[in-house]
Design a protein around this ligand. Structure first.
Ligand code: SCA
Length: 337
């Protein structure tokens, strides 16, 4: 079987919609709503065709295509800068230490403070692989292809990258974090807010969220327990982010309390180690297993293949060359698998 990553096109709508329905909710970047997906695809197409080196808030949507059947089996996204138009809110977990001389007592309180600290940061998200294709390395291909895309278009991305992992949701589809904080101000259950969010975006949450710091000690235990914890289904995603060098730095999602993972763009392993080379041989028989990418913007493609580095040059196997539509003399980016 051969798979290639390529920019999403408007024809991919039905595939994206079917995958969105499989996410089980709380998956902000892939809402099961056709109109939202259509706008997302339109925005992505504009991003892929825009020329210029400046950073504006735009979204690139990539898809994983089985080239034998033409079916789309996975997707992922890149946001060049969050909070570019509307402010980007996170809760930052901070500390407040107070001392009473009379009681000779030091009390340390943890606070959730609304912050725009992460505005301007790039983001990776919307990572989804069809359940029928899991556990075979394709999730890793989707996730890491984005880093080759960033390496190849570095000027369009910020100095830091974040990724938001879904927070804990209980058996009934409720969120203990939401119930303790947001839910008190919106008159909506988490599921209702999630559905509204899918159709109208999450600006309403930022608009109505309490703006003053929240003392964690005043939340009920269920809510306290889930702060900064990822949903169990997000473990593979979290592991991949940690392997790339991302870490949890005390920022959580204001909606469900899930952890925000952060990394310096140039220190993300697959970006730092990406090799840019000129193809000098496109018939390599045996080589190092690698992710290989080629093409600028709308022509971007990425797949698994074999490579052999020869200084600034590179040899790749014939199947990869075909999937990437490259020949001798073209430039490719690659990273060891
Ligand atoms: C996340 C993916 C795409 C991953 O796909 P696969 O499971 O096929 O991945 P894979 O390539 O086979 O494996 C990727 C790596 O994760 C490890 N891995 C797999 N399952 C694991 C688990 N339960 N706990 C810990 N690690 C696990 C594998 O060992 C492997 O690392 P080694 O090779 O080192 O062994 C998929 O599971 C999926 O679609 N899940 C449902 C949607 C979801 O949760 N998406 C993430 C949302 S969070 C998001 O979108 C932001 C983050 C982001 O965009 O990157």
């Amino acid at each position: 079987m051969s798979f290639v990553i390529r920019p999403a096109a408007s024809d991919d709508l039905q595939y994206l919609y079917e995958m969105a329905k499989l996410t089980g909710g709380g998956f902000t970047n892939l809402p099961p709503d056709r109109n939202s997906l259509i706008s997302k695809l339109e925005g992505s197409e504009a991003a892929f065709t825009r020329e210029g080196d400046d950073i504006v808030g735009e979204t690139f949507v990539l898809v994983l295509e089985n080239t034998e059947t033409g079916d789309v089996r996975g997707t992922c996204q890149l946001f060049t800068a969050v909070g570019h138009q509307y402010p980007f809110y996170s809760y930052r977990i901070g500390k407040l230490t107070q001392y009473s001389k009379e009681l000779d007592l030091t009390v340390e309180a943890e606070l959730l403070s609304l912050s725009n600290d992460l505005g301007g940061t790039s983001e990776v998200g919307g990572l989804f692989l069809h359940p029928g294709e899991r556990a075979g390395g394709l999730g890793l291909l989707l996730a890491r292809s984005r880093y080759l895309f960033i390496a190849a278009h570095r000027h369009r991305f910020g100095e830091r990258i974040l990724a938001e992992l879904r927070g804990i949701i209980d058996e009934r589809g409720g969120s203990p974090f939401w119930d303790a904080i947001g839910g008190k101000f919106f008159g909506m259950s988490f599921q209702e807010a999630d559905e509204f969010n899918a159709v109208h975006g999450n600006q309403f949450i930022a608009d109505l969220m309490p703006k003053h710091p929240v003392y964690i000690a005043m939340l009920d235990e269920e809510a306290r327990k889930v702060i900064g914890l990822p949903h169990p289904s997000g473990r593979a995603a979290m592991r991949m982010l940690q392997d790339e060098g991302y870490s949890y730095q005390g920022y959580v999602d204001i909606f469900d309390g899930g952890p925000t993972m952060l990394a310096d763009t140039d220190k993300v392993k697959s970006i730092a180690n990406a090799h840019r080379g000129t193809v000098v041989d496109a018939t390599l028989e045996k080589g190092e297993k690698a992710l290989i990418a080629a093409g600028q913007f709308a022509d971007f493609r990425c797949c698994y293949g074999a490579r052999e580095l020869r200084g600034d040059d590179v040899a790749i196997d014939a199947q990869a060359a075909e999937l990437l539509r490259v020949a001798k003399g073209d430039t490719v980016w690659s990273i060891a698998r």
